[in-house]
Design a protein around this ligand. Sequence first.
Ligand SMILES: NC(=O)c1ccc[n+]([C@@H]2O[C@H](COP(=O)([O-])OP(=O)(O)OC[C@H]3O[C@@H](n4cnc5c(N)ncnc54)[C@H](OP(=O)(O)O)[C@@H]3O)[C@@H](O)[C@H]2O)c1
Length: 137
Amino acid sequence: MDIRVICAIGQSGQLGLDGGMPWEGSEDRVYVEDVERFFEITRGHVLICGPKTVASFPDFAHNDRTIVTIRSSDDPEDVLSRFAERVVFVGGGPAVWDVYAKYVRHWDINRLPYDGEADTWFDPAWLLAGGRHTIRR
Ligand SMILES: NC(=O)c1ccc[n+]([C@@H]2O[C@H](COP(=O)([O-])OP(=O)(O)OC[C@H]3O[C@@H](n4cnc5c(N)ncnc54)[C@H](OP(=O)(O)O)[C@@H]3O)[C@@H](O)[C@H]2O)c1
């Protein structure tokens, strides 16, 4: 299966603030281009996300991608197997990536110049989730 993530983080891993992006409303080119790129790359594909992340998308986002709200009661492998023939983007938030990271083969992370507050953070451990560890002594 082709399971991916596309996300944007601040300089220290900031992901979210008050239900939206921490840099929400910024009109600087780098932030606008990030949003445009997100919609371009996910176009035509499946985007599975927790309820707050789904609520943060504008209505038009539903027109040209399949946005699916996932719940903690859903079995991740059941969810993913429903879209076996599609490219699936796991859209977060953190509790979702905690569980789905081990299935992800491609991470697309845009590190933005934002250095302010956040209430939701990226965890670098997601990148190696489910991998095998070799301990050298
Ligand atoms: N910067 C970025 O690229 C980016 C990307 C995504 C999100 N965000 C930001 O992150 C924030 C929202 O994230 P959030 O984590 O607070 O809320 P969220 O998107 O609602 O995601 C967490 C919720 O997903 C549900 N869920 C679904 N499957 C799950 C599973 N297998 N295990 C655990 N929970 C599961 C749970 O809700 P139930 O228990 O109710 O089912 C959980 O509370 C917003 O500020 C948003 O803008 C930023």
